[in-house]
Design a protein around this ligand. Structure first.
Ligand code: ADP
Length: 334
C-alpha cells in the first residue's frame, strides 16, 4: 500500500512582482517539497483585496505570480497550484473560524498594526481577520507544513490556536500546522537599504525582483547602504553591513564570502569591490529566472490550463475536509 504523503500548503499574494525574499523565504522550499509531499500552493488573490481593493490589474498580477513561480521550478503537474478565489469552501471555513478568533488577539497582530500604520485610510475588517483567512487556507487541506518566511511566524501560531480551539470544541479534525524551512531557521531576506525586509510593496530600489534586468540589479546592489569601513580589527558589523553579508550567503561562493569577511576583520575591506561581486552573482542567479518568466507569461492558454488543473485538485481536497467539518460541527441535518 502506498504511504500517504504529508500535506503542505502555502500562498503568495498577487500584489506585484516577486522578489528575492519570496524566492528564498518561500518558493525555494516549494520546489523541493513538491518532490516529497502532497503540496497545495496558492495565489492568494482574496488576501490581496484587503490592501488592494482596485482589481483592474488583478488578472495580470495573478498571471504574473503563476508564471514567476513556474519559472522558479514550481511544477503544476506535481503540486496543486491554484487561485484562492477558485476554492469557494475557503470562505465557508473562514466564517466558522471567525467565531473562534478573538478581537483582542487580532488587534495585537504585528502585521495588522503595520498595515494600519501604512494605510490609515483603509482599516477594513478583512485586514483585521487576515490571519483567520490564512488559517482557513492552510487547514482546508489539513496541511501540516507551511513553507513561509520568518515574517509569517506569528500568523502560524494563530492558526495553531484556531485549530486547537476547533478540535477541542468539535473533535479532532485538523493537525496543527507548522512553519517550515529545510534549514532549521526561517529566512528573512533583508532590504538593500538596511531597514526591514525586501517586499513587493517597499521602495523598488531596495528590493531585487526576479524580473529585474541585469543593469537594474547591478545598479540597486551598488546603491546598497555601506560606510567608510571598520576602523578597528574584528569590529562588530552594523546591521546594514550584516545584511549585505546575509545577501551574499544567498548567491555567492563560500570562498568569496570568506575573503570579504577576512578583509572586514582586518580593516582592508573595499565595499565597492564587494558590491560589484555581489551584483554579478545576483545577475547570474536572477537572469535565467527572468528569461523563463518572459517565455511563460505570454502563454495565456497554458496559464489558464494551470489554473483549471490546480482548482480541480484543490477543490477535491477542500470538499473532503468540509464534509468532516460540517459533520463535526453538527451542521449536517440530513
Ligand atoms: P510580500 O511581503 O512581498 O507581499 P507575501 O506576503 O505575498 O510577500 O509573502 C509570500 C511569501 O514570501 C511568504 O511566505 C513570506 O514569508 C515570504 N517572504 C516575503 N518577503 C520575504 C523576505 N524578505 N524574506 C523572506 N521571506 C519573505
Amino acid at each position: 500500500m502506498a504511504v500517504k504523503k504529508e500535506i503542505v500548503m502555502s500562498g503568495i499574494r498577487p500584489t506585484g512582482f516577486l522578489h528575492l525574499g519570496n524566492y528564498f523565504g518561500a518558493i525555494r522550499n516549494y520546489v523541493r517539497m513538491q518532490e516529497d509531499f502532497e503540496c497545495y500552493f496558492m495565489v492568494a488573490d482574496l488576501h490581496s483585496l484587503t490592501t488592494h481593493p482596485d482589481t483592474t490589474e488583478l488578472r495580470s498580477n495573478v498571471e504574473r505570480v503563476l508564471a514567476e513561480n513556474i519559472a522558479c521550478g514550481l511544477d503544476p503537474d506535481k503540486a496543486a497550484f491554484y487561485c484562492q478565489s477558485h476554492v469557494h469552501e475557503t470562505a465557508e471555513l473562514y466564517l466558522y473560524l471567525n467565531m473562534l478568533a478573538y478581537m483582542g488577539e487580532l488587534e495585537k497582530t504585528v502585521t495588522f498594526k503595520d498595515k494600519v500604520r501604512q494605510h490609515p485610510e483603509n482599516v477594513n475588517a478583512g485586514l483585521l481577520t487576515y490571519p483567520v483567512l490564512q488559517a482557513a487556507d492552510i487547514i482546508l487541506h489539513r496541511a501540516k507544513y507551511v513553507p513561509v518566511g520568518k515574517d509569517q511566524e506569528q500568523h502560524l501560531e494563530m492558526a495553531r490556536n484556531y485549530v486547537n480551539r476547533f478540535n477541542h470544541r468539535y473533535g479532532e479534525v485538523f493537525p496543527e500546522p507548522q512553519a517550515f524551512n529545510y534549514n532549521a531557521e526561517l529566512v528573512k531576506v533583508p532590504s538593500l537599504d538596511g531597514t526591514g525586509k525586501m517586499s513587493k510593496s517597499e521602495n523598488g530600489m531596495s528590493t531585487l525582483f526576479l524580473s529585474d534586468e541585469d543593469d537594474a540589479i547591478r545598479k540597486k546592489v551598488m546603491k546598497a547602504k555601506t560606510d567608510s569601513g571598520p576602523t578597528e580589527m574584528n569590529a562588530a558589523k552594523p546591521d546594514y553591513i550584516e545584511n549585505i553579508f546575509n545577501l551574499m550567503k544567498l548567491v555567492c561562493e563560500a570562498d568569496v564570502i570568506a575573503k570579504y569577511k577576512a578583509d572586514y576583520n582586518n580593516c582592508s575591506i573595499r565595499y565597492g569591490d564587494l558590491k560589484k561581486q555581489l551584483g554579478e552573482d545576483m545577475v547570474k542567479f536572477i537572469s535565467p529566472i527572468r528569461e523563463k518568466i518572459n517565455t511563460i507569461l505570454p502563454d495565456k492558454a497554458y496559464l489558464k490550463k494551470v489554473m483549471e488543473q490546480g482548482a480541480e485538485k484543490a477543490n477535491e481536497s477542500a470538499g473532503k475536509t468540509m464534509q468532516l467539518v460540517r459533520e463535526a460541527m453538527g451542521l449536517k441535518y440530513f
